[in-house]
Each structure stands twice: as structure tokens, then as C-alpha cells.
Design a protein around this ligand. Structure first.
Ligand code: S3P
Length: 386
């Protein structure tokens, strides 16, 4: 296994959670601050006092460079480590970077009676935390995954991280400048929906749009997970099938969104196949002149086709997809596990599309498909993820 890196503001529990994870996985925990102290032969507080912060930061980069030489470890960094782009690059290259988050109030209560943190050795700790946190948010947002630790026991945080690791993510970064987003692919990824939303900066109201058939299978569970992470989650269910890809259904959804008083920053989650993805994306592109949306495709065809590229739209009596917009999601979260409930004909429909990509564009993909056809048909997770 590559490393698992825990980062986040002071007092978010990196070392405590790191210890639990190290025990669970029976691997060692490396605390970057401890490595810095070893290099300096002095405590963090002494380094700051006698040599200053710049010297500390230099040692921090040196310690990270040494630590990432090894694999199979939990690495807990100091709260300021990933502000430095070189540190973040080294850490990301060595494994997954997980950011632990907490509200100012929580952090304050955790660091109040502890003077081992020189940056918080100030009278007005609350403002100090707020200012430093504001200046660091954009760096913390670069982590691969975030977990909110407010009101959670360290064990619970460790469990959420284990769920994340077990989903064994692969990420495809879609580089579109300001509209860039990730396609995350793994097994069990939808269990992490709430943490994914928080990683994107959402934490209040969210609307799940799904179809009849997916409702009982996956939407209920998703609603529970969202609620337990403090989201005000609402659900809109539309009829299964192509007939829902219409201006009428789009208008009905918009009416519900208005009645739910959804704001410009309320994200929509499209949980379903191509109809749901296209319809939700289209609504997202026009509701209040555009709100964020996330694709959670549940068919193989939607995984490889409709959820990719920002194609959104509805049908017209004169033909398919005649009304729509190119509108990019904030994230595409693909869960290979949900393909287990996909009817065989739907599964083959997706496979046919993938074979087509091989034929028209990618001889390596075509060869892979040819050699792995039986694994794919048996829904082997690694083959499907590939
Ligand atoms: C720092 C956080 C501390 C330590 C140093 C600087 C920071 O680690 O590295 O005091 O810049 O946020 P913890 O986050 O483990 O307290």
C-alpha cells in the first residue's frame, strides 16, 4: 500500500486518528512533527522560539522528503505542512492525502489548555484560529478527501477513513481550467457521498434527484448518510425511463426546487442512469442561472458516456437531446458496486459502448477488452475499474 497522509488544521485529531488507523492496519504511524524534532534535537516550541518559523518550515520540508521515501505508513503532518506546494506534491505522490476538518469552536476547545503550538500562543486564540484557517482553506481543499470531525469520536473518524480507503479510489482529473473536476472511480464510493460534498465545500442543503427504480436501491441509503453528516437533504423522484427527459419534467423539478427554497449554492446530486444525469444536469444549468451538480451514475453506460463531458439536456417531440447545454459537474462519483444490481441487458449496453471506443480510437483498450471479456462479463471489480 502507498502511504495514507493525514493533514488538517491544528487540533483536528491527526495524531490520535493516525494512531487508531495505524493499529487497525497494523502499520506504523509517522508523525512529521516528531521527525522535525529529531532533526533539530529540540521541541517544536523551542525551534520556533530560537530559530523562527522559516527555519521550522525548512526542517518540515526536509522531514517530509525523508518520510516519503518509505511506503506503507500512516503519515500525520503538522497543520501548516501542505501550504507549501512542494510538500503537498511530495505527499500526494506518496499516497492519499486526507484532510481532517473541524469548526473553530471545536479546535478552540481542543487546543485551549495546550501551549505546545507556538502559532496559537496568543491571547485571542479564537481570532488567531479563524484568521489562520481562512488563509489555509484553499490549501486544505487540495486534499484528496476530507472528513469533518466535529462531534465525532476519533474511532468514528478512523472508520470513515477506512470506508474511504476500502473503496480503493482511482481518480481521473478533468482539466478544464476553472471548470475542472474529478471523476472518482472505486467500489463503495457512494458511501462517502457526504464527505465528498464537504470536500467540495458544501455543508448545508442538498437535493438528490433520482428515479423510481434507484430510489429503493440506493437513494434511501444516501439520504441517511447525508442526514447523519448534518446535511439538510431533500429528494426528488421522477419516473423511470426516457419520457422523463422532457421540459415538462425539468419544469416540475424546478418548481420543487423553488418550493424547497434552494439557493444558488445548493448542489443537486444526479443519482441514476443517463436520463437522470442529463435531466439533472440540464436543470442545474438553468435553475437560478446555474447551480452546482454532482453526477453519481448508476449504469455502465452512464459511467462511460452520459456522465462524461458535461452533456446535459432533454428531448423534444422532434428528437432526442435537442434542448440542452454543456454544463460541467463538480464531481463524477462512480461506484462499481452498484453495477451488481444492473440488469444484464443494461450492462451489455455499456460494454458495447466501451467496445466502440476501442474500435474508433484506442487499440490498447480494444485489446484489453478482448483479453478480459470473461472477467468483465463476470463483473470483476478490477477489470471494470480499468
Ligand atoms: C503548525 C502545526 C503544528 C506544528 C507547528 C506548526 C501549523 O502541528 O507543525 O506548530 O503551522 O499549523 P499540529 O497541526 O499537529 O498541531
Amino acid at each position: 500500500m502507498k502511504n495514507l497522509i493525514l493533514t488538517g488544521f491544528m487540533g483536528t485529531g491527526k495524531t490520535t486518528v493516525g494512531r487508531i488507523l495505524a493499529k487497525k492496519k497494523n502499520i506504523r504511524l509517522v508523525d512529521v512533527d516528531k521527525e522535525i524534532e529529531k532533526l533539530a534535537g529540540a521541541s517544536i516550541a523551542e525551534i520556533f522560539k530560537t530559530k523562527g518559523e522559516a527555519y521550522f518550515r525548512m526542517l518540515e520540508t526536509k522531514a517530509i522528503k525523508l518520510v516519503v521515501q518509505e511506503e506503507n505508513q500512516i503519515i500525520a503532518t503538522g497543520g501548516g505542512a501542505i501550504v507549501n506546494a512542494e510538500n503537498l506534491r511530495m505527499l500526494k505522490q506518496s499516497g492519499r492525502v486526507i484532510c481532517l476538518r473541524a469548526a473553530t469552536k471545536t479546535i478552540l476547545s481542543r487546543v485551549m489548555n495546550n501551549d505546545s503550538r507556538p502559532l496559537l500562543n496568543i491571547d485571542d486564540k479564537k481570532s488567531g484560529i479563524e484568521n489562520l484557517m481562512n488563509s489555509r482553506l484553499k490549501y486544505y481543499n487540495k486534499a484528496d478527501f476530507s472528513i469533518d470531525t466535529d462531534g465525532k469520536e476519533p474511532e468514528e473518524v478512523a472508520d470513515a477513513i477506512m470506508t474511504y480507503i476500502n473503496a480503493d479510489y482511482d481518480t481521473v482529473e478533468v482539466d478544464l481550467g476553472e471548470r475542472s473536476y474529478d471523476i472518482k472511480i472505486g467500489a463503495g464510493t457512494i458511501k462517502n457521498i457526504a464527505h465528498e460534498l464537504k470536500s467540495l465545500g458544501f455543508n448545508d442543503k442538498v437535493v438528490l434527484i433520482t428515479s423510481d427504480c434507484i430510489d429503493g436501491l440506493y437513494a434511501e441509503d444516501m439520504m441517511r448518510r447525508l442526514a447523519s453528516e448534518g446535511f439538510d437533504a431533500k429528494k426528488i423522484v421522477v419516473d423511470d425511463g426516457e419520457k422523463s427527459k422532457s421540459l415538462d419534467t425539468a419544469n416540475e423539478i424546478i418548481t420543487e426546487l423553488l418550493e424547497l427554497r434552494c439557493e444558488r449554492n445548493t448542489p443537486l446530486i444526479a443519482l441514476g442512469g443517463g436520463v437522470i444525469g442529463d435531466l439533472t444536469g440540464f436543470v442545474a444549468s438553468i435553475y437560478l442561472r446555474g447551480v452546482p451538480f454532482i453526477q453519481v451514475p448508476t449504469t455502465l453506460l452512464a459511467d462511460v458516456d452520459s456522465s462524461v463531458g458535461g452533456k446535459t439536456g432533454v428531448n423534444h417531440n422532434y428528437g432526442k437531446n435537442l434542448i440542452g447545454a454543456f454544463y460541467q459537474p463538480k464531481l463524477v462519483l462512480i461506484d462499481i458496486n452498484v453495477l451488481s444490481t444492473l440488469p444484464k441487458s443494461e450492462f451489455l449496453n455499456g460494454i458495447a459502448e466501451i467496445i466502440k471506443y476501442g474500435v474508433i480510437h484506442d487499440p490498447y483498450l480494444f485489446k484489453y477488452l478482448d483479453e478480459n471479456v470473461s472477467k468483465l462479463l463476470a463483473k470483476d471489480l478490477d477489470a471494470l475499474k480499468h
